[in-house]
Design a binder for this molecule. Structure first.
Ligand SMILES: *[C@@H]1O[C@H](CO)[C@@H](O)[C@H](O)[C@H]1NC(C)=O
Ligand SMILES: *[C@@H]1O[C@H](CO)[C@@H](O)[C@H](O)[C@H]1NC(C)=O
Ligand SMILES: *[C@@H]1O[C@H](CO)[C@@H](O)[C@H](O)[C@H]1NC(C)=O
Length: 370
């Protein structure tokens, strides 16, 4: 449950872009921005929701005073679901109507400090491009880090990246492990509004190797409109228990989730889902308390909708377990067949992405097996 992988692919079809609905929508967005500017506002959602207020009644929870600060914060703030948006990309999918042209949307959880990971992903598997005739689009999702000058500096970094790449959604909440569920629900809220017709999404971490070209081919097996049916596929974690120790990074207070087992869920390092399933999860999330384990939370929302995740053999949450002393564990032949492998250093990622595209790469069935 520690690891997260996200793939997002968007496909655009040229006739939809000129569709009159999407033209109207784009005009609306522009007017909206002009109105905001004239009001002197740069952050569209700042005033829409009341500011998050601490719930001091949480202190009544048994042994609360002995909890570490993070576990206290989980209980103090779990009811807070709305935070001001700092960076937005409302036209990423070509407007709500145009968004059916996005085949695969890569949604990558990336805290501001991980600049180098974002840079390498932009040049490798997360590059926005046509793959096998359909569009892949990319979004990094972020909160804020640090306080004072440090926070300002990291916000500035994302702002500069946004100016160049237009690929960041950022909200003003603390980007911690325990707030990843919040990040996901904020994303889904944004998705429903801005990309509801997108066919498929990859959702994952910024330190995984994702073979996005393979993902497209896999997803294209689902017939036309596959994105309008249920799909949630990754590395299924069966029968996990919530951890009840307040000192654990994975602490789940009984106040937020009482049963002693989680429904099956896909490890958050990276999974694929249809646009249809993303919207269902968002709908369910309104009535499921936010537990601080984001991938298990997706499982809770699926279960509430009567849906299940499925296992995909190409998603390796624990890396490739390559056997043998003289075996190169970064042999591109291993990676060519995979969808998602956790985790890989930036330099290896860059090399691997190029090696698996090499037309001269010879892989044979006699190559060592994983
Ligand atoms: C505040 O915390 C108490 C104790 O955990 C809980 O019963 C109550 O529902 C919480 N209030 C909100 C608004 O979440
Ligand atoms: C989540 O973010 C909110 C808003 O920044 C913050 O108050 C809270 O401490 C964070 N929660 C955790 C568990 O990190
Ligand atoms: C969730 O779906 C139901 C049934 O389609 C609908 O009535 C309800 O408004 C939806 N809720 C949200 C918050 O989208």
């Amino acid at each position: 449950m520690v690891l997260t992988i996200v793939l997002v692919i968007l496909s655009y079809s040229s006739e939809d872009v000129s569709d009159s609905d999407s033209t109207i929508l784009q005009v609306d967005v522009r007017n909206y921005q002009i109105q905001l500017k004239s009001l002197g506002r740069t952050f569209p959602h700042v005033d829409r929701f009341p500011k998050c207020v601490i719930n001091t009644s949480a202190e009544q929870v048994k042994d609360f005073h002995s909890f570490p600060p993070i576990s206290k914060d989980i209980l103090y703030y779990h009811h807070c679901r709305h935070f001001p948006m700092i960076l937005d990309i409302p036209n990423k999918c070509g407007g709500a109507y145009g968004s059916s042209d996005v085949f695969l949307l890569l949604v990558i959880k990336s805290p501001a400090v991980n600049y180098d990971r974002r840079e390498v992903l932009r040049k490798t598997w997360a590059e926005e491009r046509l793959s096998n005739g359909v569009w892949i689009r990319r979004i990094f999702i972020s909160g804020t880090m640090g306080t004072g000058y440090e926070k300002e500096r990291l916000n500035k970094l994302l702002q500069l990246e946004q100016r160049k790449y237009n690929d960041i959604l950022q909200w003003d909440f603390k980007d911690t492990f325990s707030n990843l569920t919040l990040k996901q629900t904020l994303f889904l809220e944004w998705f429903e509004k801005n990309c509801p017709n997108t066919q498929f999404l990859f959702n994952g971490d910024d330190d995984v190797f994702a073979n996005t070209d393979n993902m497209v081919v896999y997803l294209q097996h689902f017939k036309r409109n596959g994105g309008r049916r249920h799909l949630f596929a990754g590395n299924v974690m069966p029968q996990m228990d919530p951890i009840r120790h307040p000192h654990s990074r994975y602490f789940v207070p009984e106040e937020l989730y009482r049963p002693n087992i989680f429904p099956d869920y896909c490890s958050g390092g990276g999974y694929l889902l249809s646009g249809y399933t993303a919207l269902i999860i968002y709908n369910m999330s309104h009535s499921v308390p936010l537990i601080p384990i984001d991938d298990a939370y997706m499982g809770l929302c699926l279960a509430k909708a009567g849906l299940r995740p499925e296992h995909h053999i190409g998603v390796r949450q624990y890396g490739l377990n390559v056997k043998g002393k003289d075996v190169d564990d970064l042999n591109p032949c291993f990676y060519k067949e995979m969808l998602v492998v956790h985790r890989m250093l930036s330099g290896d990622m860059y090399t691997m992405w190029h090696r698996i595209q090499d037309p001269d790469l010879k892989c044979s069935p006699s190559d060592p097996k994983m």
